[in-house]
Design a protein around this ligand. Structure first.
Ligand code: DGL
Length: 273
């Protein structure tokens, strides 16, 4: 059987924080990463647009032979995953799998909070989709969920301005707006794959005692578990420890930014969709 890499998708660079954790946890597999940088950010775009863009990218992964695609983007997971799983996969190829980042996170978030109140920081698209409260309710019906959109954070990160003093205003603003919703929030989920880059800054402006949770490791553990329990999919995934990177925008920009997210130098190939 022809084994092929696992596909990892994001609107831009953010999914690289997830890929980093996945490759640390599962270094034996091959991965193809696609950042749709030419059309990023997805956060402010409509449901229909995010769905159309994401489906187009998922089809491309399938054309490369990927048996499994991870949507390492909350916005795409929130707005496109369900339709792709329910409506498109059965038609395109029912043997393929597409997984997102919301479910693995909502499965465990309730175990992390002692106060029973969690905060979600994400793009406007993810917050407006209400995906987190809906999914969390399924696993932890008593858990109270407070949400805050952070529309300025992805642009600050994508423009490499997040460590500048000007970024502090927006970091403080959104954290304070979230915490103003309840004094008992004890766990904050970074529900955008870009945000781990600002982890130190977010910690700086968050009261001590509040736990801040990035998603990468949670998603990596969940994928490992999934592959253990689905040998029929795991057996289709190639294992040479190879990584390849594609971007729909400039490869020079991608390579310059990507190492910040991935922690290693990256050499990408341009893809016209
Ligand atoms: N990385 C995406 C996420 O996890 C957000 C970036 C964007 O808005 O395109 O939601």
């Amino acid at each position: 059987m022809d084994k092929q890499p696992i596909g990892v998708f994001d609107s831009g660079y953010g999914g690289l924080t997830v890929l980093k954790e996945i490759t640390d946890k599962l270094p034996q597999y091959d991965y193809i990463y696609l950042g749709d940088n030419a059309r990023a950010p997805y956060g402010p775009r409509s449901f229909d647009t995010v769905y159309a863009y994401t489906l187009q990218c998922v089809r491309w992964f399938f054309e490369q032979g990927c048996p499994l695609v991870i949507l390492a983007c909350n916005t795409a997971s929130a707005k496109a995953l369900r339709s792709i799983q329910q409506n498109d996969l059965p038609v395109i190829d029912p043997t393929k799998r597409v997984l997102g980042v919301i479910r693995p996170t909502t499965e465990i978030i309730g175990q992390l909070s002692h106060s029973g109140q969690v905060g979600i920081l994400a793009t406007s698209g993810t917050i407006l989709s209400n995906s987190y409260p809906i999914e969390i309710e399924k696993f932890y019906p008593g858990l109270q969920v407070f949400q805050q959109a952070c529309p300025m954070w992805v642009p600050l990160i994508e423009n490499n301005e997040f460590n500048e003093p000007g970024a502090d205003y927006y970091v403080k603003k959104y954290i304070n707006e979230l915490l103003a919703q309840s004094p008992n929030i004890d766990t904050i989920l970074l529900a955008c794959t870009h945000y781990p880059l600002m982890l130190e800054k977010i910690r700086e402006f968050t009261p001590a005692g509040i736990r801040i949770i990035p998603q990468g490791e949670i998603v990596a553990n969940s994928l490992s578990n999934y592959l253990d329990h689905h040998p029929e999919i795991a057996d289709k995934c190639s294992k040479h420890g190879k990584h390849s990177f594609f971007t729909t925008d400039s490869t020079t920009d991608f390579d310059n930014h990507a190492s910040l997210f991935f922690g290693k130098a990256v050499k990408s190939t341009h893809l016209s969709l």
